[in-house]
Design a protein around this ligand. Structure first.
Ligand code: UDP
Length: 329
């Protein structure tokens, strides 16, 4: 049986990863400092060790305690606006955490790492859909910190034989109501949970950040990918590295784009609630359209996203309506 270390495994995407690995028979060791993660999201079967990735002695202990075969690293700060206001916090945590993780891997002879990267590494896209070979010019420190880590992975590959898949996420959404895990951020900034908080009556409206973009209905278009499809790709990436696959970056998106208005309309239909929406000014730094080409992940990893927008929103709704206060109740 293989043992996988999931850093940030108490967070939104990491907890879905741990649940999938456990279901597939892997031993799972979650490392999380619980600063944004929730211990309740670490379900039975996975072992939790609370500590910070930047603490090399802590990581050393974890790597000595368990026979780690591979690492999946989700641990990071990920709020774009906050990263603009406080770049040191983002470079400091995200880059230093990865330096520390790679050091532990090198010292303990662990070769394979699957890393959470982001579509924010591209910045303003050159074209749609976005391919992995397109220009990467992040427009905020969050994306820049992730791109810096991709560089670090590449050089660590050359110097130490570390093998990696950097997975560039588009818009992760949805939940796994069967395992009772879902999105629980504070503050919440993402569109789908905000829309569902309106359906729950926890907010009185959702602000539409700009309706004068050059898109069909004037609102921004994004590529929403179900978190369960997202984590399936991580498992495929791990298996791919295990059989000697070449290191590199992979986009993880559905390949379909939906506008902010389409998301709100779908949420009204799925929840049966009248969700009120008000047009507000544009949010700084929002590109009008971000859609992934997922050709490389399909062809190289054998990945097929299976869950569309209705399923994303209905799973998220099952989670939010069953846990209106997130993990607190
Ligand atoms: N958005 C919005 N109102 C909100 C939150 C988000 O109109 O309250 C828009 C945002 O401008 C973007 C899309 O919804 O076009 C998705 O935003 P989100 O923050 O969920 O993800 P991002 O694309 O920034 O990673």
């Amino acid at each position: 049986m293989k043992t996988i270390l999931v850093a940030g495994g108490a967070g939104y995407i990491g907890s879905h990863m741990s649940a999938l690995l456990t279901e597939k028979g892997y031993e799972v060791v979650v490392v999380d400092n619980l600063c944004t993660g929730h211990w309740q999201a670490v379900k039975g079967g996975a072992k939790l060790r609370v500590g910070d990735l930047r603490d090399g002695a802590f990581l050393d202990r974890v790597f000595s305690e368990f026979p780690i075969d591979g690492v999946i690293n989700f641990a990071a700060f990920s709020l774009v606006g906050e990263s603009v206001a406080d770049p040191l916090k983002y470079y400091g945590n995200n880059v230093s955490g990865s330096v520390s993780m790679l050091t532990a891997m090198k010292n303990h002879g662990v070769e394979n790492i699957v890393f959470s990267s982001t579509a924010a590494t591209y910045g303003e896209p050159e074209k749609q859909p976005i391919e992995e070979t397109d220009r990467t010019e992040p427009s905020n420190p969050y994306g820049a910190s992730k791109l810096a880590i991709e560089g670090l992975l590449k050089w660590s590959g050359r110097a130490y034989g570390i093998r990696y898949a950097a997975l560039r996420y588009f818009n992760a959404a949805g939940a796994n109501p069967e395992v009772e895990i879902g999105e629980d951020h504070y503050p919440e900034t993402h569109l789908i949970p905000i829309v569902l908080q309106c359906a729950l009556g926890k907010r009185d409206h959702v602000g539409i950040f700009g309706d004068d973009y050059p898109t069909a209905d004037g609102t921004c278009v994004r590529d929403y990918i179900h978190v369960r499809d997202l984590v399936s790709a991580h498992l495929l990436a791990l298996e791919y590295l295990d059989r000697g696959g070449e290191s590199g970056a992979f986009n993880l998106g559905s390949g379909d784009g939906y506008s902010v208005k389409e998301i709100i309309e779908t949420a009204r239909r799925v929840t049966g609630k009248p969700i009120s929406a008000v047009t507000e000014p544009r949010r700084a730094g929002d590109p009008s359209v971000l859609i992934a080409s997922n050709k490389k992940a399909r062809e190289v990893l054998g990945w097929t996203p299976e869950r569309g927008l209705e399923k994303i929103i209905s799973d998220a709704w099952a989670w939010h309506s069953g846990h209106p206060n997130g993990y607190e109740g």
